[in-house]
Design a protein around this ligand. Sequence first.
Ligand SMILES: Nc1nc2c(ncn2[C@@H]2O[C@H](COP(=O)(O)OP(=O)(O)O)[C@@H](O)[C@H]2O)c(=O)[nH]1
Ligand SMILES: [Mg+2]
Length: 266
Amino acid sequence: MAHPCPPSACDACSLPRATQGRSDRDTATSPWVVALAGNPNTGKSTVFNRLTGLRQHTGNWPGKTIARAEGSFVLRGQRYTLVDLPGTYSLRSASPDETVAREFLLFGRPNVTLMVADGTCLERNLNLVLQILQITDRAVLCINLMDEARANGIEIDARRLAGELGVPVVLCAARSGEGMDALLTQVEAVAQRAEAPQPRQVKLEIPVLGDAVKDLTARLLARFPGLANPGWIALRLLEGDQTVAARVADGTLGGRITDHAAEIRP
Ligand SMILES: Nc1nc2c(ncn2[C@@H]2O[C@H](COP(=O)(O)OP(=O)(O)O)[C@@H](O)[C@H]2O)c(=O)[nH]1
Ligand SMILES: [Mg+2]
C-alpha cells in the first residue's frame, strides 16, 4: 500500500516515517509499528540501536522539544518500524514526556509495545509495566541489564514472570546483544498472533467506581465511536486527568494518531 501522505507531511506528524529504513530486502508494504517503552536508563536506546542499526531517524515530537527516534528493521520480509518513546516512570501524564509516551501508546495503536525494564531493580520498573498492560494487550517485556543483575546475585525466573504477567518475558543484556534474537522472535509472534496475549490487568476493587467507569465508558463510546481503551480513559477522567478532559472537551480524543495509524497497520 502506498503511503497516503506526501513526504513533507512527515515533519509535522508524530507517526513513523513511511519510507524510513528501506532496503533491497524491504519488500513488505506496510510496516508494523513497535513502540519501545520503559523507565529512563533501562537501556531502551541500546535495544533500539541493536535492532535498527543505522536505519534510524531522529528529530523532535511535533510541537515539543522532546527527542523522537525511530528506525526500522526487516524480519522475514516484514518491515517493522521501531519508535523509541521518552523514558517515563508512569503514564499519569504529569509531564510532557509522560504525555508523549501515553498518547502514542493510547492513540498510535502500535502493533506491539516492547517494554524494557531494568533487571537490577525490577520491582520498581513493574509499576510502569502494569500501567502499560492496562492499555495494551500486545506487549513483550524485555528485562535488560541482566549482566549487571547477575553480577549482583539477582536471578529472574522469566518463565514464571511471563505466566504471572500474561505476556512474553525475555532476559537480555542489550549492550552485548544477549537476548536480542529471542526478543525479535517474541515481538514477531505477538505482532502476528491473531489472538493477543491476555495480560494481567490490575482490577478495580471499588464497586461504585466500577459502575461509574461503566457509565462513562458507554458515554465515551457514544461520542467517540471506535475509541481504543475507553475504560482506561474513563478512569482517568474520574481521577480528574486534565489532559484527557481537555481532549474530550475539544473533541480530539483518539484523533489524528488513530486515524493515521489505521493506514499503517497491516
Ligand atoms: N551493563 C549493561 N549496561 C547497559 C545495558 N544496556 C544498556 N546499558 C547501559 O545503560 C545506560 C543507559 O542506556 P540507554 O540505552 O541510554 O537507556 P535509556 O535511557 O533507556 O535509553 C548506558 O550507559 C548503556 O550503555 C546492558 O545490557 N548491560
Ligand atoms: Mg534513550
